[in-house]
Design a protein around this ligand. Structure first.
Ligand code: NAD
Length: 491
């Protein structure tokens, strides 16, 4: 039998014990079938450890534990207790921030710069959720003097949460935070490529005093664990972040038992630079918009549109900027862009580079793997693109960006909106009227003006169109985890 914990020495000098079991009902346990799967370090391709793989019967156990915890403890707990638990969890994440950042860089391949940013947002967001826990209000409705009518916001029950590999711990917090604040319990499946931080943080859930069964973490594969969660009759809701194709599948699977579903899916977000923008800032923002987190960002600004008056200048400065970014070992000082998370992902990105070249686009920078060990791809800029090219229309999910030219506001709005997605958009201009006018006309759940990939725990995030259903963070996230009960009493 494989161990339930293994010692790991992180390249940032921290040694710790990594849990490798399923976290069910407050305990780390082996899976029923004792199967394990490999976890790789994408920057060296070495095996880091093996983690137990959940199957259908493990899912059933986790759901039963979550159901008991929901009925007997968490949904009926004093909201102020739920708040205290979440505040403590946020403090523990902060205490272990460097360990968690190291785990994330080891498991996902992202630079420490990115991991530290993720972990900081995790504790901020958990505190924000803690603050909401005792501030959920129903309404008293005036219906005359012979009846008393009011509403309550009640939790949904057991929430199945399925998360991707690009922001493993951050997505963990975006899912767990609002669910717990509102009195739900959860069974969460991390992505098979990146299960380590969610398991490490499960220990902190216990240490924070969150009762056993409220949070269950079951690493495993989408086709098995994910499908079982979607079909399970005792799961009330599925919250999913990942590809649009899998999102569609999940929605269909959840329809059978009429589960509530929230989806945070893919994107192909436009990032627009007008001629009157502060070009220093605009170039930094378009680079940050696409190369941050190695381009593995659902809202990456992967289609850049530059006004013709400054097109050549911006393209040249963007190329210089991209070539100056340090790519490599995520733990090395000054590295901005680490590894892609898997070989599959790296291969997919390089395949798209080939597709772009065959379509007639011009590689201005990058376009190749960096080194021959680890899944590193050079920041890649395409110019001379047409709007019907696949590299302009499809989500690549890597450090690959297309740059197109436009001349008028109407033209760029029609180019920007010509997508099935609608997750985010960026606008760079010094003209306030133009900024507001264009942001009103863009079809996207988030519009960033003179900034990009800029998140705040109080500001909702989610997609228009095929980029998703529902919102995460902000007050809106709580709506996804509560249902309204109306009470009407004759007097
Ligand atoms: P995916 O959407 O298939 O995986 C995301 C999560 O869903 C994982 O935990 C996975 O195990 C689970 N899953 C997979 N199939 C499932 C099923 N049938 N039922 C339930 N759960 C299931 O993404 P992927 O295959 O890892 O990556 C493919 C592409 O998706 C990427 O190249 C990228 O373009 C995109 N992607 C987008 C995001 C995002 O945040 N928008 C995140 C990850 C990947």
């Amino acid at each position: 039998q494989a161990p339930l914990r293994v010692p790991i020495s992180l390249p940032n000098g921290i040694s710790y014990n990594q849990p490798t079991g399923l976290f069910i009902d407050g305990q780390f346990v082996a899976s029923h079938q004792h199967k394990t799967f490999e976890v790789l370090d994408p920057s060296t391709e070495d095996v880091v450890t093996h983690v137990y793989e959940a199957r259908e019967d493990d899912v059933d156990l986790a759901v039963a534990a979550a159901r008991r915890a929901f009925d007997n403890e968490w949904s009926v707990a004093d909201p102020a207790f739920r708040a205290r638990c979440l505040y403590r969890l946020a403090d523990l994440i902060e205490r272990d921030a460097e360990t968690l950042a190291g785990i994330e860089s080891l498991d996902n391949g992202k630079s420490l710069l990115c991991s530290r940013g993720d972990v900081a947002l995790v504790s901020r967001y958990l505190r924000s959720c803690a603050g909401w826990a005792d501030k959920l209000f129903g309404r008293v409705i005036e219906t005359g003097t012979d009846h008393f009518s009011y509403t309550r916001r009640e939790p949904l029950g057991v929430c199945g949460q399925i998360i991707p590999w690009n922001f493993p711990l951050l997505m963990w917090s975006w899912k767990i935070g609002p669910a717990l604040a509102t009195g739900n319990t959860v069974v969460l499946k991390p992505a098979e490529a990146t299960p380590l931080s969610a398991l490490y943080a499960a220990q902190l859930v216990s240490e924070a005093g969150i009762p056993a069964g409220v949070v269950n973490i079951i690493p495993g594969f989408g086709k098995i664990v994910g499908e079982r969660l979607c079909a399970h009759p005792k799961v009330s809701k599925i919250a999913f972040t990942g590809s649009t194709a899998t999102g569609r599948h999940i929605m269909k699977a959840a329809a059978e038992t009429v589960k509530k579903v929230t989806l945070e899916l893919g994107g192909k977000s436009p990032n627009i630079v007008f001629g009157d923008a502060d070009l220093d800032k605009a170039v930094r923002n378009i680079a940050f918009g696409i190369f941050y987190n190695s381009g593995e960002v659902c809202c990456a600004g992967s289609r850049v549109y530059v006004q013709d008056t400054v097109y050549e200048e911006v393209l040249e400065r963007f190329r210089e900027y991209a070539e100056g970014l340090k790519v490599g070992n995520p733990f090395e000082d000054g590295v901005f862009q680490g590894a892609q998370t898997s070989q599959v992902q790296m291969d997919k990105i390089l395949e798209y580079v080939g597709i772009g070249e065959n379509e007639g686009a011009r590689v201005v920078s990058g376009g190749v793997r960096s080194g021959d060990r680890g899944y590193f791809v050079k920041p890649t800029i395409f110019a001379d693109v047409r709007e019907d090219m696949r590299i302009v229309r499809e989500e690549i999910f890597g450090p690959v960006v297309t740059v197109s030219k436009f001349s008028t506001v109407d033209e760029v709005i029609s180019m920007a909106n010509d997508s099935e997605y609608g997750l985010a958009a960026g606008i760079h201009t010094r003209d306030v009227n133009k900024a507001i006018n264009v942001s009103n006309r863009i079809k996207a759940g988030t519009v960033w003006i003179n900034t990009y990939n800029n998140f705040h725990e109080s500001v909702p995030f989610g997609g228009f169109g095929q980029s998703g259903i529902g919102r995460e963070m902000g007050a809106e996230a709580l709506d996804n985890y509560t249902q309204v009960k109306a009470v009407r009493m004759a007097i």
